[in-house]
Structures are given as C-alpha cells and as structure tokens.
Design a protein around this ligand. Structure first.
Ligand SMILES: [Zn+2]
Length: 249
C-alpha cells in the first residue's frame, strides 16, 4: 500500500463524536474522497496537538492511514481554518448543522469537487457575512439540489412550457418548478409566488455564494425557506431531520 496517497487530505468536519476514553471518530467531506470516517486515536489526551483539527465545521489537512474500506486513522493533522467568527454564531451553527446533516444523509455524487467547493465557498461566506445568513443557507440548498439534477425550472412553466410571467406565478414541488397562471388549475400542490419572491429565488440560484448575503429583497422568509427545504427533501427523498426543524423555527 502506498501510504503517500493519504497525505495532505483537505477536508471539512461534518460530525464528531467521542469514542472510548480518549479518542474521537469524525466524519468529514474530503477533497477527491468525499465522505469518509476517520478515527482520531488519543486525541482527547491533554498533550495531543490534533484536537483542534477534529472539531465540527473546521477545515483541516490530514495525514491519514487506511483502516478498512471507508475508514481511516489520523497520523497527524493541521488546522487550515477554524472559522472563529462564524463557528461561535448560534444562527450560523444551526445552518451549518443542517447542511452537514443533509450531506451525511445523501449519497456522494460523482463530482465530489463541486460539493467540496460549495462547502468551501459557503463556509467562507458565513465567516465574512454580517447579515442575511439565511441567504447563504438557501443558496447552498438550491445549488446542491441543482447539481444533483433537480434544478428548479424558473423560466418556463413546468406544465405547458410557456414563458413565466413573474407577476403571476406559482411553484409546484411535484412538477419541479414554476407554473403559469393558465395551468394553475391543473396543479394541486401549487404555491403562489409574488414577484419579489420570484426574484429572490432566482438571485439565490444565480448569484455567486460569496455575494449572496448581499441580496436584500423583502419577502416572507419563512414561506420561502419552507418551500426550498420541502423541495430539497422531496428531490433527495429524505425525511425532515432535527437540525432542519431548528432552521424553520
Ligand atoms: Zn403553463
């Protein structure tokens, strides 16, 4: 086995838990490798220097050894970014928890680079933003779901294909996008979308993640959050989980 293959692996910690007396198991999203589980032996001992690289939400670089099929162990690690500001913000912690829990519940996509970069830019955006954290969270969901093959149809009616008039549009989770006013009578799960709500969703999808906290459109945030979350869960075929409930409180 070529142990050099597992050196300098950059990853984001999605979840951590203590294991036996002094060890931890962390689940990370690693560049190229995607989701893997890592055991950090003895990391809770006082003199161990790897502890900071095993905390939830940090970005770190690991030198690993192989321990079974999808299981690794840490030889040593170095912290790349602790996101010291955002990882102390209660709202951001809730959003990040929901993103990590979502990633832990879904199957790795083939193009792991995309997901890795999306986490990277989202964590960076949370750290830099001073407001509108919800935008960053919803932007993550929309981009993640789009990349998974469920990009919501926002330009044309998902039922008849006619161009959507933003002044009179509805969203249908079942149909995967907007519905025009002529087709609304055929769609049972339609949700009315105002012009501003339409623009908000459009901007979330097409604005780079680092600028998304600057989108400032006055809308019913609860309604649109619920819509995007429900759409996401439906597409990925997963049930609501507790950190998502927190987001919606
Ligand atoms: Zn239509």
């Amino acid at each position: 086995m070529d142990i050099n293959d597992n050196s300098n692996i950059e990853a984001f910690v999605l979840r951590e838990f203590n294991y036996r007396e002094s060890s931890k198991i962390i689940e990370v999203f690693a560049k190229d490798l995607g989701k893997i589980s890592i055991i950090a032996k003895g990391v809770l001992n006082k003199k161990n220097s790897n502890l900071s690289s095993t905390q939830r939400f940090v970005k770190a670089s690991y030198n690993l050894y192989r321990s079974g099929d999808r299981f690794y162990g840490i030889k040593d690690a170095s912290l790349i970014n602790s996101y010291s500001k955002s990882n102390k913000n209660f709202d951001i912690i809730i959003y990040k928890s929901a993103i990590c829990d979502l990633l832990l519940r879904t199957i790795d996509l083939d193009q792991r680079d995309f997901v890795y970069n999306l986490i990277d830019t989202s964590w960076e955006s949370f750290e830099k933003a001073s407001e509108n954290y919800l935008n960053i969270f919803l932007c993550f969901l929309l981009k993640y779901i789009s990349f998974s093959g469920f990009k919501p149809n926002l330009k044309d009616c998902s039922y008849c294909g006619e161009k959507i008039n933003p002044n009179s549009a509805f969203f249908s989770i079942e149909n995967g996008g907007l519905i025009c006013h002529r087709c609304k009578k055929h769609i049972r799960d339609r949700i009315y979308i105002s012009r501003d709500e339409y623009l908000y969703i459009l901007k979330l999808l097409y604005t780079p993640s680092v600028e998304v906290s600057q989108i400032d459109i006055s809308i019913d945030k609860k309604k649109i959050s619920k819509l995007i979350i429900d759409y996401c869960l439906e597409c990925l075929d997963i049930k609501k989980f507790s950190s998502l409930e927190w987001v919606m409180k």
